[in-house]
Each structure stands twice: as C-alpha cells, then as structure tokens.
Design a protein around this ligand. Sequence first.
Ligand code: SF4
Length: 361
Amino acid sequence: MGEIMQRKKTSSVCIGNVQIGNAAPIAVQSMTNTKTDNVEATVDQIKQLSAAGCDIVRVAVPDMSAAQAIKQIKAHKDVNVPLIADIHFDYRLALAAMESGVDGLRINPGNMGDTEQVAMIVEKAKQRHIPIRIGVNAGSLDKEILAKYGGHPTPAGMVESALQHIAILENLGFHDIKISLKANDVPMTIQAYQLMSETVKYPLHLGITEAGTIKSGIIKSAVGIGALLAQGIGDTIRVSLTGDPVEEVRAANEILKALGLKEYGPTLVSCPTCGRCNIDLAAIAVQVEEKLKTFHKPLKVAVMGCVVNGPGEAREADIGIAGGKGQGLVFRKGEIIQTVTEDQLLPVLFAEIDKLIEEEQ
Ligand code: SF4
C-alpha cells in the first residue's frame, strides 16, 4: 500500500468513543435524511450507515421533537455509533439534544442566540464533554464578511468567519472544537482548509458541500477531499451527495482506501481493455464487483483483458483472471494456476476467491 505524506498535527476531540485529530484514524461521517423524530426510520438508516462503514452519524434537529427523539435513538440496541446533532439558530434545541444524550453538536455559536444563551450551551457541553463542530458554509457567510471580501465568498472570508465563531467559544473557555469550511467550489474549499490548517490547531472535518448527485458529487468530493488528505490535512470526512447516504459512506471509505489511509473491503483492479481483448470484460468486471460487495476483507482481485499483459500487470493482485480467445487464465499473485474455457472463467474465479477467503480464516 502506498503511503500518504505525514498528517498535520492537530488537537483532538472525542465524539463518543471516536477520537478525531492528533493522528487518530480518519473518521467517516454521514447524515441521515429521515425525519429525526421518525425514530424507526432514523434508527434503520443509522444501522445501514454503520454497516457500510460510517463511524459517526449526524442527524438534523430542526425542532424540539427531533431533539427529544435523540434519546430514544441513542437508547436503541442497534445504534452503536456516536450521534451528532445539527442545529441552527435555537439554543434550546442544543440544550435539549445534549439532555437527550447526543455525543456532539454541529452549531455556529454566532447564530445561536445572545451571549448568555451561547454560554448555557457551552456550560452543558463542558459538563458532558460534548465537542462542538463549527461549520462554515461559503453560501451563508454574513454580510460584513462578504462586504469585506468584495461581496463574494472567499477562502479568507470563510476562515475569518470560522475564527469569529471559534473566538466566541474560546472566550467561554471552551476548546473541544472541530471545524469545517465547506463550499461547493472545489478550489475554494481546498484553499480555505489549507489556510485554516496553517491558522489553528483544531481538527478539521472535510467536505465539499452540495456536491451534487451520486456520480458528479463523488468526483467533486474525491478531488477536493482527496487533494487535502494528500497534503496531510483533514481528520474526519463527509461526502455530501444528493441520494442515499449509504453511498456517501461507501464513497468516503473508497477515498480513504485510494489514499492508503484505510483498509475497506476488496479492491477490484480491471484493465481498460484495448484491441487485444477478446472477451466481454466490462460485463465480467461488473459481476466480479457485485460479488466482491459481499466480502469485507481487503482482497485485491484483478480482471484483465488479455494474457499478454494481464497477469504481469496485475502481479500485486491476490487473485485474478485474464481473457484469451475462447479461454482464459486464472492467476494468483501473478502466477497462472489454471487455464479454463471462457464460460468457466467467472465460476472458477468465484470458487478460487471463496477458497482464498476460507484459507485466510
Ligand atoms: Fe489491453 Fe490486455 Fe492491457 Fe487489458 S490487459 S489493456 S486487454 S493489453
């Protein structure tokens, strides 16, 4: 596995039992899109997110009923991941969410009420060791900051906004902080996080906000989050997609896997095909990918179009196949172990994968 450059040192916070920052493994987050007070639906989605590899789940708390529902959600026997309450404007919701046992808050203290009300949140968060994420969004910078930076969001404006919120918490003696600076513009997001990481020691929550639907959103998120992680910046990530949040979790884990920051199930290596390929490799690769979804081990499987370069190109794979004319090869670690007819390539590969997994148990 390739190695990423050294991660930047930060302070750390604990969301429930998940440490973030100070070189802890990069945690994957997602957010439910159910009505939080629909406890059954929310618990069901939290279970799906957790099974897909989500370390922390955020829930929207738009009203008191949602804040109170957190108590039942937290108490559910199948909910084992820490929960964060996402709250805007109403300090009473933050107090109620903490009383319901939430593990983290996502609030912007400058928008939560007057100084006394923010102090009440901070006091309770201190007592309960509940960290606060300050989440600056380029789309909702306040008028003074926008005016200062030419009327448009800029990386410096986003950082300045975060620093104002940070100052409110620090002045109340609160330092259990993490920060996000999200924009839907990838270069702006990257620059904002770079600037922030040079400015403060708090752990950073990475994300490209409103990134789009599954396909375009994954590309934007992978580029933005990946570029930052490759510079050692970022302590927890969320991929934001318009769609099933389980896809967010898969994408986030795949980003970490691609950078060598996490082992996350099997990896499919498949060639792009060229004029040497004589089998329907695309269809085979899709079927292999489906099969691999049923495994959790970090197995590397290669699906190559031809015998000329296939096994050699995929030497690092644990197991694989290479197509030929009417037949193909099955290989392990670059060594050919069987020659089979084309129609037997997939069944033999699947049998060999099962064997390999059994051997490793
Ligand atoms: Fe072409 Fe063979 Fe390489 Fe696939 S493995 S790209 S078919 S040379």
